[in-house]
Design a protein around this ligand. Structure first.
Ligand SMILES: [Zn+2]
Length: 311
């Protein structure tokens, strides 16, 4: 009798403990190729466990398939990556070495953001020997105010599919995120009015979608070919580019070498703007909305209303 009682109590405690731990999703393992996807999944499943393969200080095209990443991929319930060949140099090796059936090609556990976006400039990056291979189009789509909601919706659906018990909660969080995103987008649109028709010098197409959305032209690239580092000869050629005068700033990402931008800045007097190419660990750039706000504000402070040209 006494034993039965004790067993009953333990059973009750275990049962209640089980109930209490249900809302937590700490048992759901997320592997993200880039920090923007960690930040997006976290919006919908804040209690999941995350491993992020790259940081805003790294070039996402090139990383090493470290053993810790293989181990994280082995236990992942979902792998969220950009796709469109951005990770072509390292993701296939990781997937193969991890051998996790849940996230193999064609399985619901492997989610590519680019599959849910309309990519710009297909076939622009075509020769591997000449730089990055992005034949599907520019994969750096995470800063697109219009495309991100589509990606987010597909991602929330996928997470719900993989975790039906949490699907309602995930959908509710997605809807809240979408409302906030739309509000931000209206603010960015307002600020973009002052930036319409301005131009910047860029280095790679990292900010391409956002610039296009803002109406800012990016006709001059410090890279001679997409993915190839700026060379001295290319830089000196740029000095005689007819479009150079019209550029209000030189825009580069935190992970890029500043020297080429600074070299050009010294010769032209144009300001250099450095922004993280993706989310960071600190506010206000720890979310995609915060990052876009930071970039839009920075561009606006530097360029809005100013007129550039050789007169
Ligand atoms: Zn690229």
């Amino acid at each position: 009798m006494g034993i039965d009682m004790r067993f009953g109590q333990w059973f009750l405690i275990a049962f209640l403990f089980g109930l209490a731990s249900m809302p937590a999703r700490a048992d759901f393992e997320v592997f993200a190729c880039e920090p923007e996807w960690t930040s997006l999944v976290r919006e919908f499943m804040p209690d999941a466990r995350f491993t992020t393969a790259t940081s805003y200080l790294q070039d996402p095209h090139y990383i090493e398939a470290r053993p810790s990443l293989i181990a994280a991929m082995r236990r992942a319930d979902i792998a969220v990556c950009t796709g469109a060949s951005l990770e072509a140099g390292w993701l296939p090796t990781l997937l193969q070495r991890a051998g996790n059936p849940k996230i193999q090609s064609g399985r619901p556990g492997l989610f590519f953001a680019a599959d849910h976006a309309r990519l710009h400039a297909p076939h622009e990056h075509v020769d591997r020997s000449m730089g990055d291979v992005h034949p599907e189009g520019n994969p750096h789509v995470h800063l697109s105010p219009d495309q991100l909601p589509r990606i987010a919706e597909a991602l929330a659906d996928r997470l719900g599919e993989l975790r039906p018990d949490a699907a309602t909660d995930i959908q509710a969080r997605y809807i809240k995120w979408r409302v906030r995103w739309n509000n931000h987008r209206a603010e960015w649109q307002e600020k973009a009015k002052g930036l319409q028709g301005q131009a910047v010098v860029i280095q790679h197409t990292s900010f391409g979608y956002l610039l296009r959305w803002l109406g800012v032209e990016a006709t001059i690239d410090l890279e001679p070919k997409p993915g190839l580092p700026p060379s001295a000869s290319h830089l000196s050629e740029l000095l005689s580019e007819p479009g150079l005068d019209a550029a209000g700033a030189i825009l580069i990402a935190s992970h890029q070498d500043r020297q080429p931008a600074e070299w050009l800045a010294k010769r032209t007097g144009k300001p250099v703007l450095v922004f993280p190419g993706t989310v960071t660990d600190e506010a206000p750039t720890e979310t995609l909305a915060g990052l876009i706000t930071t970039i839009v504000n920075g561009l606006e402070e530097t360029m809005a209303g100013a007129s550039y040209g050789s007169l």
